[in-house]
Design a protein around this ligand. Structure first.
Ligand SMILES: [Zn+2]
Length: 73
């Protein structure tokens, strides 16, 4: 997932994935945490499109691979 700089600036950041998951659990709508390639912290997105946690784990692994880093501009 590409993260635009403006979105990163506007969104609330969570330093830890657990923190983001807690906030998502409290929200009235379905939110999904994702690792931001810009600030390297976590944001929540409401665009779940039916994705479930295993998919998120896959995306996170891709992030940690480094290929997504610094490509969003
Ligand atoms: Zn960010």
């Amino acid at each position: 997932m590409r993260t635009r700089f403006g979105i990163c600036q506007r969104k609330r950041r969570y330093a830890a994935e657990a923190e983001a998951l807690q906030a998502a659990a409290k929200a009235a709508v379905t939110l999904r945490p994702y690792r931001c390639a810009l600030c390297r912290q976590y944001h929540l997105t409401g665009r779940t499109k039916g994705l479930r946690v295993p998919r998120f784990v896959l995306e996170r692994k891709k992030d940690e691979d480094g290929r997504e880093d610094f490509t969003a501009s």
